[in-house]
Write a protein that binds this ligand. Structure first.
Ligand code: NDP
Length: 678
C-alpha cells in the first residue's frame, strides 16, 4: 500500500486513523498515495490558527512578513526538483509544472516585493487621505485597514496544487492571517510535499500554515465571524459553501473562483495575412493544451468573424495535429494526461452536451494516439475543437474542463460583445486586433463581464505573458459565473483580507493611532534641526519652521532665464495681466519649492542622506514678486528599511505666504541614516 498523506495541524503531523482512499497517477493509473483526514480535530486546528498563528503573525509588521515570504520563496526555489518529479504524476508535463511550481514561487517573490514597497513597515495601513470633519480641524476622519483576528481557510482545485496554495497563502500571510490549506484530494500529494518542505524550513511562525489532507467536511462548522474562506473549484461546491449557515448567518466571508467560459475574440480587422491571425490561433491552441486544458482561465469559446471561420478552424486544426499526447515525463510529449479517469469522463460528457448543437471539427473525444503510455489506464484525451452555429446555447453553459474549445462566429462587433457576455461572467478574455477603435469598443463592451482582458497584437505579443496566466500583480477572478471573487492584484489581494474602518478623532489622537503625523496635531521643535537627527532620535512630529524670504522679480527672471522656463506668466507682464488666474507675473511653482528647500535644509553633512522624491505636490496660491514665503517641515512617517542602515522619512511640507495662506503643500521623501555619531 502507498503512503498515507498526513495533515499538519496544531504544530504536528497527523496521520488518519483509517487507510484512506487511493490517489492514482494520472498517466499510469498506479497508486501514488492514499488520503484521509479521519480523526483530525478541526476545532483544534482553527483554534490553533487563531490563538497561536494569528498573534505571532500580527506581531510582525508588513515588511517583516514580506521578508519571511521572500525567504520562503528562496527556500522553495532552491530545492524544487522533487516537486517537479512528483508533479509528473498529476499528468502535468514539465512545462505545465513550471506554471504551477515556478509560478507559485514567483507569486511569493512578487508579494514579498509588493509588501515591502507598497505597504508600511507597520501593522496598520491608511486608506486615502485625511478627511477634515469640522470647521477648525479639531475633528478629523481617516480610513484604516487592520488585520482580522481570524483564520483564512483556502480550498483549492486539483489543477494547481502548488500555485493554488501559494497564491492564496501569500496575500493572507501578508495581511496577518494564519492559513489552513485544503488542497483538492486528487493532487494533494504534491501540496503535501510542498507544505512538508515549508514546515521543515521553520521560516513561517508556528500556526501560520496548517494543512488539511482529505475531506473538508465539517471545516466550515468551525468558522466564525472573523474567518474567511477562499474557494477555487466547481460552481456546484461553491453553491454548497454559499449556503452554509456560517456563511449565510455567521458572518464568515466567502470568496469564490468557480468555472468560467473564457473567450478569445478575433478582431474584424484581421486578415489571413496579418500576424494577428497566427497570434489568435496560437493562443487558442496553447490554452487548449497547457495542463491538458484543465485551467480555469483556458479559452473555451473562440469568437471569430463569420468570414474567417474556415481559415481559423483550418489553422487551429493544423496546429493541434502536431500536439503529441502521452506520458508527461516523455520529452516528445506536448500534452500530458487529465488529472484522473473520472475527470476524463466528465470532459467527455461535456463534449457530448456541446454536440447537441455543435459539431466536432478536430479530434475524437473517445480516442487518442498515446506516446509512451496506456490510453486506457492513463487519463489521456485528444484535443477536441468544435464549431457551434448561431443560436447555440450549450457552448455558453457547459464547461468542458479539458482540452476542448468551440469556434463561434459573429457578424458585427456588437454581436461579438454579446456572445462574450453570454458566458455570464468570466475570469479572462482575449481580444486579438491591431485596430485601436476595435480595441476600445470591444474592451469597454466586455470589461463588465471580465476580471482580466488581454489585448494582443503584433506589438505586445513578443513580451505578452499570454491569455491563461494569472499574474500576482493583476487581479484574478471574475464576475457572475466565474464566482464573483477577486484574488491577487498586488496589494489589493492583501486589502481584501483586512478590515477597513473609518476612525474619527482629534488630530493628536489620529497621530497616536496611525503612527503617522496628522495635519493639525502637535509639532515638536526642541531647537535641534531635525536634519541633525538620525532615525534613532528622530520622532514623528519633529518640526522645523523656517524664516521668511521675499520672492523678488529678479528671482523670477533669473529662474526663468536659468531654467529656460520663460512661460509668459513669469516673464511678460502685459500678457500675464490677461491671465484670468494670475492677473500679473507670478513665481514659478518650482521656484517656490526650490526656495522652500533652501529655507529648510541644513547644509552640513548629516544623517539625511538623500532626497528621493516629492509626493502630492500642489500649488495652491500664486506667489507674486514681493510676496514673502516660509516653510514648515514636519516628520510625518518613519520607515526603517530592514537590511539597510538607513530608512525612509516622509516629511509634511507646507509653504505659506505672509498672510498665512498655503502656497504649496507636498510630502518630501528622504533617506535618513539609522545612526549618526559624526
Ligand atoms: P470541486 O468543487 O469538487 O473541488 C474543489 C475543492 O473543493 C477541492 O479541494 C474539494 O476537495 C473541495 N470540496 C469539495 N466538496 C467540498 C465541501 N463540501 N466542502 C468543502 N470543500 C469541498 O471541484 P473539482 O475538483 O471537481 O474541480 C473541477 C471543477 O472546478 C472544474 O470542472 C472547474 O469547473 C472548476 N475549477 C475552477 C477553477 C477556477 O479557478 N475558476 C480552477 C479549477 C477548477 P476534494 O478534492 O477533497 O473533494
Amino acid at each position: 500500500m502507498s503512503r498515507l498523506l498526513e495533515s499538519y495541524s496544531a504544530g504536528r503531523w497527523h496521520t488518519a486513523s483509517d487507510e484512506g482512499a487511493p490517489l492514482l497517477d494520472a498517466a499510469t493509473g498506479e497508486e501514488v498515495a492514499r488520503i484521509s483526514a479521519t480523526g483530525l480535530d478541526l476545532g483544534e486546528m482553527t483554534t490553533y490558527a487563531r490563538t497561536v498563528g494569528g498573534p505571532a503573525l500580527r506581531a510582525l509588521t508588513f515588511h517583516e512578513r514580506a521578508a519571511l515570504l521572500r525567504q520562503l520563496a528562496k527556500h522553495l526555489g532552491a530545492d524544487k526538483d522533487e516537486l517537479y518529479d512528483l508533479s509528473f504524476r498529476t499528468g502535468a508535463t514539465r512545462r505545465d509544472s513550471m506554471v504551477d511550481i515556478d509560478g507559485g514561487i514567483g507569486t511569493l517573490f512578487s508579494y514579498a516585493s509588493k509588501g515591502t514597497r507598497e505597504l508600511p513597515n507597520d501593522t496598520v495601513v491608511l486608506d486615502g487621505g485625511l478627511e477634515r470633519l469640522s470647521k477648525t480641524g479639531a475633528f478629523v476622519g481617516q480610513h484604516v485597514y487592520t488585520s482580522r483576528p481570524g483564520v483564512a481557510v483556502q480550498i483549492n482545485a486539483f489543477n494547481f496544487p502548488v500555485w493554488g496554495m501559494l497564491e492564496k497563502l501569500a496575500p493572507a500571510f501578508l495581511a496577518g492571517l494564519p492559513s489552513i490549506v485544503k488542497p483538492a484530494s486528487q493532487t494533494a500529494y504534491l501540496t503535501e510535499l510542498a507544505v512538508r518542505r515549508i514546515v521543515e524550513s521553520g521560516i513561517l511562525p508556528d500556526g501560520t500554515l496548517q494543512l488539511l489532507s482529505g475531506s473538508a467536511s465539517g471545516l466550515l462548522d468551525e468558522l466564525t465571524v472573523q474567518d474567511s474562506v477562499a474557494f477555487t473549484g466547481s460552481a456546484h461546491t461553491a453553491g454548497m459553501l454559499r449556503n452554509h449557515t456560517n456563511v449565510l448567518h455567521g458572518g464568515v466571508r466567502l470568496g469564490v473562483e468557480a468555472d468560467s467560459l473564457n473567450c478569445s475574440i478575433l478582431g474584424p480587422d484581421v486578415t489571413a495575412d496579418d500576424p494577428e491571425l497566427d497570434l489568435f490561433v496560437k493562443g487558442v491552441v496553447t490554452e487548449m493544451t497547457v495542463k491538458a486544458g484543465q485551467k480555469c482561465t483556458a479559452i473555451r469559446r473562440a469568437i471569430v468573424p463569420a468570414a474567417m471561420a474556415e481559415v481559423v478552424i483550418e489553422a487551429i486544426s493544423a496546429r493541434l495535429a502536431k500536439v503529441s499526447v502521452g506520458n508527461p515525463a516523455h520529452e516528445d510529449v506536448r500534452m500530458g494526461a487529465l488529472a484522473s479517469l473520472e475527470q476524463r469522463d466528465e470532459v467527455r460528457k461535456a463534449v457530448q452536451q456541446l454536440r447537441a448543437s455543435a459539431e466536432v471539427v478536430f479530434g475524437d473525444p473517445d480516442h487518442v494516439e498515446v506516446v509512451d503510455g496506456d490510453a486506457e489506464r492513463g487519463a489521456f484525451m485528444s484535443p477536441v475543437l468544435l464549431r457551434a452555429p448561431k443560436g447555440a446555447v450549450e457552448v455558453h453553459d457547459v464547461e468542458p474542463f479539458g482540452p476542448v474549445s468551440t469556434v463561434l462566429t459573429y457578424d458585427s462587433l456588437d454581436e461579438a460583445v454579446e456572445l462574450a457576455a453570454r458566458g455570464k461572467g468570466s475570469l479572462v478574455g482575449s481580444l486579438v486586433t491591431h485596430d485601436p477603435d476595435v480595441a476600445r469598443c470591444v474592451v469597454l463592451g466586455v470589461a463588465p463581464w471580465h476580471g482580466r482582458i488581454l489585448v494582443l497584437d503584433r506589438d505586445d505579443a513578443p513580451e505578452s505573458t499570454g491569455h491563461g496566466s494569472p499574474l500576482p500583480v493583476l487581479v484574478h477572478g471574475g464576475p457572475g459565473r466565474a464566482g464573483g471573487g477577486e484574488e491577487l492584484g498586488g496589494v489589493r489581494g492583501v486589502l481584501h483580507h483586512l478590515q477597513r474602518t473609518a476612525v474619527q478623532a482629534s488630530p493628536d489622537m489620529m497621530t497616536a493611532i496611525t503612527g503617522r503625523w496628522t495635519t493639525g496635531s502637535q509639532r515638536h521643535d526642541d531647537g535641534v534641526h531635525p536634519f541633525r537627527k538620525s532615525l534613532a532620535t528622530l520622532a514623528i512630529g519633529d518640526t522645523i519652521a523656517s524664516e521668511a524670504r521675499t520672492v523678488t522679480l529678479e528671482d523670477i527672471e533669473h529662474f526663468a532665464e536659468f531654467t529656460g522656463d520663460t512661460f509668459y506668466a513669469h516673464t511678460d507682464e502685459a500678457a500675464a495681466k490677461e491671465n484670468p488666474l494670475f492677473g500679473g507675473i507670478v513665481a514659478h511653482g518650482y521656484l517656490v519649492v526650490s526656495l522652500a528647500a533652501g529655507l529648510f535644509v541644513d547644509p552640513d553633512p548629516g544623517p539625511v542622506l538623500a532626497n528621493f522624491g516629492v509626493d502630492h505636490l500642489r500649488f495652491l496660491t500664486p506667489v507674486k514678486a514681493g510676496d514673502s514665503i516660509a516653510v514648515t517641515l514636519t516628520v510625518k512617517q518613519i520607515t526603517p528599511r530592514s537590511g539597510a542602515d538607513y530608512g525612509e522619512v516622509r516629511w509634511d511640507a507646507v509653504v505659506t505666504n505672509a498672510s498665512g495662506d498655503p502656497v504649496a503643500t507636498y510630502d518630501v521623501l528622504t533617506l535618513v541614516a539609522k545612526e549618526w555619531d559624526r
